[in-house]
Write a protein that binds this ligand. Structure first.
Ligand code: ACO
Length: 323
């Protein structure tokens, strides 16, 4: 028998305020048409003043717990992927822990920017497979609206706020690719590229900073590295792109999503796309897309899913999940 981390619940939360592309036309030299054609984004949600990353994460977590028929006390690990935690410390995860009424588990944040959910999922999977945890909440939650330079049209139109969450549970499988659960993960980083996507502030520099990006460079790395990591994960379980029911990619840009799907050899009708409605929500984008995919009856139990993401660092990774 093989211990597997099986998804038993999923949920998401988006802040109430929806901002269409047209709103940026008032303050920037940009158009709805430019944003849509270059990124695929039509609208995004922004958190209200005072609404924090852990607020979003806790709401997504409660929905995921409800869908699993559980309460906050029923999990023993809470992992939050975020680059926009409420405070420098404690972690957003401990704030989520308190908000969902969990007192017995352990909680920590993972920071790998837009690849954060892949890293958090791999960590939670390892905790479950090793026996350290039996049930884990894995959450991606972000308020990237707090680190935008509102005068930089090449970045501020691309990002949004939101959160998504999965509940994982230890279950016994037979050790084959037919098992439900996380079947493989692949993680990578290369700090030589830290200057193509970063925030120019932080605790050590006494500032918060704003996001800076060399879009074209990031784009180039994304298409190459995302397909590569997806192939690596699939190969670990002896599967190919033909076996995949759904690709659930990081939602940064529809052109990256399409190019990666093409490289993988997967038609777009097998790709979950939410970038038009959410923009780039960094570490929240994959769990958000998984939750929307289930809500829309695209993803069903037993489906084979590939997720892949890349972000600042650069950091990138993927996971194979039998839903
Ligand atoms: N409105 C109008 N014009 C704009 C805008 C805008 N919002 N933004 C940039 N432009 C202009 C540029 O100034 C440039 O003008 P110029 O030719 O006079 O200099 C022109 O449009 C073309 O700009 P490019 O950067 O060449 O446009 P490109 O087609 O590469 O699209 C984009 C830009 C959307 C940023 C693209 O490069 C991209 O998506 N890159 C990847 C970004 C990404 O995915 N980041 C996230 C991954 S990691 C993470 O999630 C944190």
């Amino acid at each position: 028998m093989t211990r597997r981390a099986v998804v038993i619940g999923v949920g998401h939360y988006l802040p109430e305020r929806v901002v269409p592309n047209s709103e940026f036309e008032k303050s920037l030299d940009t158009t709805d048409e430019w944003i849509k054609s270059r990124s695929g984004i039509e609208r995004r949600h922004f958190a209200a003043p005072g609404e924090t990353t852990s607020d979003l994460g806790a709401k997504a977590a409660m929905k995921a717990l409800k869908s699993a028929g559980l309460t906050g006390e029923d999990v023993d690990a809470i992992v939050v992927a975020t680059s926009t935690a409420d405070l420098t410390f404690p972690s957003a995860a401990t704030m989520v822990q308190d908000a969902i009424g969990n007192t017995k588990g352990f909680a920590f944040d993972v920071q790998a920017v837009c690849a954060g959910f892949a890293f958090a999922l791999a960590n939670a999977n390892a905790l479950i497979v090793s026996g350290q945890a039996n049930r884990a909440l894995v959450i991606g939650a972000e308020t990237f609206s707090r680190i935008m330079d509102w005068t930089d049209r090449s970045t501020c139109v691309l990002f949004g706020d939101g959160a998504g969450a999965l509940v994982l549970e230890a279950q016994e499988g037979n050790g084959t690719a037919d098992d439900r659960g996380v079947l493989a993960t692949d993680l990578n980083s290369d700090g030589r590229y830290k200057e193509i996507l970063y925030v120019d502030g932080g605790v050590s520099t006494h500032t918060t900073g704003v996001l800076k990006m060399q879009g074209k460079e990031v784009f180039r790395h994304a298409v190459e590295k995302l397909a590569e990591t997806a192939h690596t994960s699939l190969a670990k379980v002896g599967l190919t792109a033909e076996d995949v029911d759904w690709v659930v990619p990081h939602q940064a840009n529809i052109r990256i999503i399409k190019s990666t799907a093409k490289k993988l050899g997967v038609d777009m009708d097998r790709v979950v796309v939410t970038v038009q409605d959410h923009g780039n929500t960094s570490a929240a984008s994959i769990p958000l897309a998984l939750s929307v995919g289930v809500e829309n009856s695209q993803i069903k139990q037993g489906d084979l899913i590939v997720t892949e993401a890349i972000g600042g660092g650069l950091a990138w990774g993927s996971a194979i999940i039998r839903w």
